[in-house]
Write a protein that binds this ligand. Structure first.
Ligand SMILES: [Ca+2]
Length: 498
């Protein structure tokens, strides 16, 4: 039997269950209940009758109840120079990433996520604005020109979110006035503190992010972008990768496998302006990988930096769990660009080859039903898709100039939504056409067409037969028609993304 206050509580609880996608007990079939209201006793009402009566009561008593669900919090874990397969769960035989692996098991991992430009600042601008480089205007080391009010942090803050940014910024001067909590720094693995001591950048990332989570106002939803500097190299330091001392015991007795395409023959097979000692990717290969001993030492330190980020990610999730906030927080882990680990005789990123453009992407979304968790998805999800996805989760309309798409339907919708099957890649010239020439590409699952505008040169790879991009078929007469069509497609996209 239910008294009126109990009835109200039952209805309120039922509405919360509806909001979470669960059928309330009082609406389930064959449910027979008794209602006691003052002197009136209604006994053994039929299931249908009670459902109608309660639904009418719901709407008459609290018409706003169904819109009262709190907005989700957002935690974006943004790694640096972390390629798609630097994850235990992605099959990497060496690196240990237990917390990110667990995140993928509770969410979804995108196996073919990619960036539209593989360089730190430009890709980050694309993440913040949901726009290709041609539209946001940061071509390398500048700031994006998109109005702040059209970025995801700007829109979330304007809609009542408590918004924070911790770590790497890399888009001109950090706009601290636009954040409730802003701590921007990157570039070195150790940072001098006010008291003269130094702290590892990942540890500082962790301390600052935990401070954000622990001091945030409880009455507002939050959005925190935790932008790690790891696994980026410390460019000016001969050691390049400087993990924390506690990580030194990791990977000591393992042998890092040498990639199949990390050979002189593969380097010489590149277009001559990339397969050149002047090329920046080759210069940095010398910094890190040009002897077998260096390769082992530097890759181990890269993986140690990755495991440290994984540990910090785990501490963020544990803090959310401790606060009871994890089940109302959308958690996204992504990298800003991929990375050559010696493939094609190269290091770093920039060029449109697979190692450089593909990034890890894991999403843990409380809206996901248990049946969908722990799966992978192989669609092309791009860095430009993050902003519209974050905004959609918060119930905010994406600005018309935003170009990415909300990808949540890929893991939430009952029926597979329509989705892109190719994307346009672009990279501006940096330093000189000898160091980092400009590049463009049309990327499909089974084929890739690359255009190097500074040299009017093409490459074409049949990714179905040649996933490691070992055989450029751009001169193949048998494929000439397909290549010409892809060049037209490239010109179409070049205009489309402006
Ligand atoms: Ca980067």
């Amino acid at each position: 039997m239910f008294s009126v206050p109990i009835l109200q509580n039952t209805i309120s609880h039922g509405l919360q269950q509806i909001a979470h996608g669960v059928m309330p007990e009082f609406l389930r079939p064959n449910r027979t209940v008794q209602i006691h209201s003052g002197d009136m006793m209604i006994k053994n009402l039929s299931s249908i009758g009670i459902q109608l009566a309660l639904l009418l009561l719901c709407f008459s008593m609290n018409p706003q109840a169904q819109t009262s669900k709190p907005k989700p919090n957002i935690l974006l874990l943004l790694a640096d120079d972390w390629r798609h397969d630097t994850l235990g769960i992605a099959g990497n035989p060496v690196v240990k990433t237990p917390h990110l692996d667990a995140l993928a098991k509770e969410g979804v991992r995108f196996t073919h996520a990619a960036v539209t430009t593989a360089i730190c600042g430009v890709s980050r601008a694309s993440i913040f604005t949901g726009q290709w480089m041609s539209r946001h205007g940061n071509k390398a080391f500048d700031a994006f020109r998109t109005p702040w009010a059209e970025t995801y942090p700007g829109l979330l803050r304007a809609n009542g979110y408590y918004v924070g940014h911790v770590g790497k910024w890399h888009n001109g001067k950090f706009p601290s006035e636009h954040f409730d909590f802003g701590r921007a720094y990157s570039g070195t693995h150790y940072i001098k503190q006010a008291d003269g001591t130094s702290i590892h950048v990942t540890q500082k990332n962790e301390n600052d992010a935990l401070e954000f989570l622990r001091t945030r106002p409880q009455e507002k939803p939050f959005c925190l972008t935790l932008a790690f500097f790891a696994t980026h190299a410390e460019d000016q330091n001969p050691k390049q990768f400087l993990p924390q001392p506690a990580s030194a015991s990791l990977y000591q007795n393992v042998q890092i496998p040498i990639p199949r395409t990390a050979t002189e023959a593969h380097f010489k097979a590149l277009p001559p302006f990339i397969g050149s000692e002047e090329n920046e990717g080759r210069r940095r290969w010398h910094w890190r990988f040009d002897t077998p001993e260096k390769y082992q030492e530097y890759m181990k330190n890269y993986y140690r930096l990755a495991t440290e980020v994984d540990t910090t990610a785990g501490r963020m999730l544990a803090e959310l769990q401790r606060q009871g906030a994890l089940e109302n927080t959308l958690v996204i882990f992504i990298g800003d660009n991929g990375y050559f680990h010696g493939e094609h005789g190269l290091a770093d990123k920039w060029y449109p080859y697979e190692e450089s453009i593909r990034v890890p992407l894991i999403v843990r979304d409380p809206r996901m039903p248990a049946s969908k968790r722990g799966k992978t998805n192989d669609k092309f999800v791009l860095n430009v898709d993050l902003a519209p996805t974050i905004l959609a989760a918060a119930g905010i309309a994406a600005p018309s100039r935003m170009q990415g798409q909300n990808f949540a339907p890929l893991y939430l919708a009952k029926q597979r939504p329509a989705w892109r099957d190719e994307f346009y890649y672009e990279h501006a010239i940096v330093l000189s056409k000898e160091r980092i020439p400009a590049s463009e590409a049309v990327v499909r699952r089974k084929a890739k067409y690359i255009y190097w505008p500074d040299y009017n040169a093409e490459e074409f790879f049949d990714l179905a037969k040649d996933p490691l991009e070992e055989r450029d078929l751009s001169k193949s007469t048998a494929r000439a028609k397909e290549i010409a069509a892809l060049h037209e497609r490239l010109k179409f996209w070049r205009e489309q993304v402006k």
